[in-house]
Design a protein around this ligand. Structure first.
Ligand code: ZN
Length: 307
């Protein structure tokens, strides 16, 4: 199993978007910018900085344009934002982003609640959005949420998932991030789903994994992905996150814990773990609570830092 692990893993930091959109406290624009600028210094290759959605749907990210245009964009970091449609793409373009992430749901009910559209309607919107993004030299990644289970529909058929993956890739998305939106997936299921998906894709780099740690299985699920050749994982600083339209969802796997696990197995990420811990402490102080990172907690204990 371990011999098939990759030498290097790409981490997509989603804390400023996936995390902050569902935090109960509004984080000020100034602090969001500061967090992203700190994350830029850690060596993370990609940071999802915000979501260009209507503030009615995502009030915690109502300052998306100001955040995306005020951060200090470094040459070696890829900055991206979640968009639902062409309007979001326009805002991403005017914010000078080179990449966007478009959301798609594998569940009809989750799609209607989350995107306000059926799956078929979303296909049309996504196809047009990716086309326009390409015309503007912007890369598109797609999130496929509720792959491992839906809060409204329960199990989602693997056949349905593979069909959607195929279609999104044919529209021109360069990568599909498979989301365990409510953190209900298990390692065996990860193996089963990836096995089927690998039959319909050209190369494994077209697939990324996005685990929420609601039931504590995020890293175990990631190990299965690693052993099967997945090299891109989404995570969020301090395990911030959830899904405001998926009741019971908790944060993503924590970036610190993921990086620590990878580094301790000799897998490179290019990320400075100590700098990540500083980002964790920054957010901990702003939110006034300990975040969901075991590594950061152990760091505090071993350094006898009072919280
Ligand atoms: Zn998520």
């Amino acid at each position: 199993m371990f011999s098939s692990f990759p030498e290097k893993v790409n981490i997509v930091e989603v804390g400023p978007r996936d995390g902050l959109q569902s935090e109960s406290n509004f984080v000020s624009t100034e602090n969001k910018i500061k967090l992203i600028d700190m994350l830029s210094q850690t060596g993370l290759p990609t940071i999802e900085v915000t979501a260009f959605v209507h503030p009615k749907w995502s009030p915690k990210l109502a300052d998306s344009y100001e955040v995306a245009t005020s951060i200090n964009k470094l040459e070696n970091v890829n900055y991206t934002a979640l968009i639902p449609n062409l309007k979001g793409l326009e805002r991403a373009i005017s914010s000078d982003l080179k990449e966007v992430a478009i959301s798609f749901s594998a569940s009809e009910s989750h799609s209607k609640k989350n995107l306000n559209r059926s799956i078929d309607e979303t296909f049309e919107v996504v196809e047009e959005t990716i086309k326009q993004a390409k015309a503007n030299n912007i890369k598109t990644r797609a999130y496929l949420s509720t792959v491992f289970g839906c809060p409204y529909e329960g199990n989602i058929s693997i056949d349905k998932v593979t069909k959607i993956v195929k279609k999104l890739l044919s529209f021109g998305a360069y990568q599909i991030s498979l989301g365990d939106t409510i953190g209900i997936g298990n390692p065996k299921q990860v193996q089963k789903i990836l096995t089927e998906i690998f039959k319909v894709i050209d190369n494994k780099e077209q697939i990324a994994l996005h685990f929420h740690d609601t039931r504590g299985l995020g890293l175990a699920n990631s190990i299965v992905g690693l052993s099967m050749g997945i090299t891109t994982f989404d995570s969020s600083i301090g395990g911030l996150g959830g899904c405001q339209y998926a009741p019971g969802a908790s944060g993503n796997i924590s970036t610190e814990d993921l990086v620590n696990m990878l580094h301790s197995m000799g897998i490179k990420t290019g990320v400075d773990l100590n700098k990540l811990v500083e980002c964790n402490f920054f957010m901990r102080d702003i939110l006034g609570k300990e975040l969901n990172s075991k590594y950061a907690k152990a760091y505090v204990a071993s350094h006898k830092i009072s919280v």
